[in-house]
Design a protein around this ligand. Structure first.
Ligand SMILES: NC(=O)c1ccc[n+]([C@@H]2O[C@H](COP(=O)([O-])OP(=O)(O)OC[C@H]3O[C@@H](n4cnc5c(N)ncnc54)[C@H](OP(=O)(O)O)[C@@H]3O)[C@@H](O)[C@H]2O)c1
Length: 221
């Protein structure tokens, strides 16, 4: 029986345990496309899954990896054919459905998108699910009619995974970008991504007085 290398998380008496194993191909879950995975990322959720620090894994054994990029090996879907380059983000992969920390993944064709032109698999996964999330946030702003002319955009957690991509995307979309960070030593990095101003998280700290929100709303200091 064919097997491939994978990280597998098994349930144990004390929680769960991750190990690098030979995974039997027959144990892959249902799906109409099988992908030879070439790249994945380390998302915060993957850290939680592998360390068992939070119960993000809903099925055992589990292969973690909430995203991957790779090449279609076989497909029963008219949407994809062998050799196509594809990307997957989310859909419960790595939590409920066997994920991307493996040489192979079998998934529903609906969950896959073609690798965008101009990106290779490594670049797509460097952007990763964190970058994808940042783009969803920008698209949500656009959907709600928010435009750069309405004022600056503040990105909190700016030096983090989602935040840093959000800074770059917002700048590219024409916003005046204010990056809020707890790590002012990352100012050069954030300016390099497109931040116009840096605010330290401390700027938001201080004693909160009773009814402060109501006072602000009424224009009282
Ligand atoms: N990554 C994803 O795929 C994904 C998907 C959906 C939702 N999310 C959510 O998006 C948020 C950011 O995720 P991430 O993956 O970018 O995580 P991350 O890389 O760990 O970044 C989180 C950032 O939050 C800031 N932060 C840390 N402690 C803070 C505190 N006490 N108060 C205020 N800010 C604090 C830090 O920013 P500085 O370094 O600038 O100080 C940190 O880098 C999380 O709420 C996560 O649940 C993430």
């Amino acid at each position: 029986m064919a097997s491939f290398k994978a990280v597998r998380i098994d349930k144990t008496d004390s929680g769960s345990q991750a190990a690098f194993v030979d995974f039997d191909e027959a144990d892959l879950m249902d799906g109409d496309v099988t992908v030879r995975v070439t790249h994945s990322t380390v998302n915060y959720k993957d850290g939680l899954a592998i360390t068992g620090k939070s119960p993000v894994v809903r099925r055992f054994p589990m292969i973690p990896g909430v995203d991957f990029a790779g090449i279609v090996e076989s497909s029963a879907s008219p949407e994809f054919k062998p050799g196509d380059q594809v990307v997957l983000n989310g859909w419960g992969v790595g939590e409920m459905h066997l994920g991307g920390y493996a040489q192979k993944a079998r998934v529903k064709s609906d969950w896959l998108v073609p690798l965008p032109a101009g990106l290779d698999a490594a670049q797509a996964m460097a952007i990763g699910t964190a970058g994808y999330t940042a783009m969803l946030a920008l698209m949500a702003l656009e959907k709600h009619g928010i435009t750069p002319a309405m004022g600056p955009a503040i990105v909190t957690g700016a030096a983090g995974g989602v935040g840093s991509v959000a800074v770059a995307l917002l700048k590219n979309a024409g916003y005046h970008v204010i990056a809020s960070t707890g790590r002012p030593e990352e100012a050069d990095y954030l300016h390099g991504l497109g931040a116009d101003e840096i605010m330290t998280r401390k700027d938001f700290e201080g004693p909160v007085r009773p009814l402060m929100k109501e006072r602000w709303a009424a224009g009282i200091d």
